[in-house]
Each structure stands twice: as structure tokens, then as C-alpha cells.
Design a protein around this ligand. Sequence first.
Ligand SMILES: [Zn+2]
Length: 90
Amino acid sequence: MSSLILLYTLLFLLVALALILAEKLWYSNHSWHLSHSKLLTCRKCGNVFQLPRQAVDRRCPLCGGGTQPFQMPYSGIHETLKQRARHEKE
Ligand SMILES: [Zn+2]
């Protein structure tokens, strides 16, 4: 009788472990997103490219120039919207 309980407990633990593993695998396969630090811009030619995982060489693949982390180009849209909102309040 006690061995039956042990068997059920082990079975339950195994199933739980399998579910956790399956979920982890699913997330690692599906929750892909652009990593901020891996998206680089070339200082020389402006080429924007994604650095492959575990790549050490951070130089531009086109011209070999130095790179910096990608930043969204500044646009005046936000300022314009802020100003417009301010004017509507007054
Ligand atoms: Zn370049």
C-alpha cells in the first residue's frame, strides 16, 4: 500500500516536472524579442544591424567601422504633441 502511494507521488512529481520543462522550452522558443544591447548602429556608415548571439566582434559587417548601441532616431513628434496638448488646455 505504501509503495503504491510512493509510486503515485513520484508519478505526480514527474508529470509536474515535465510540464514545467515543456513550458520553459515553449517560452524560450516563443518569447523572442530584439535585445537592445545587441542592435547596433555603425558610426561610420549608419548601417543598423543585429549582432548574432555570442558574437564577439562588434564591428560593422559592411565597412568594419566602430559601432554603438542602436537608439531610436529623434523626431519632433513628441514635442509637437506636448505643445498641442498644452495649447488646448490654455
Ligand atoms: Zn559601417
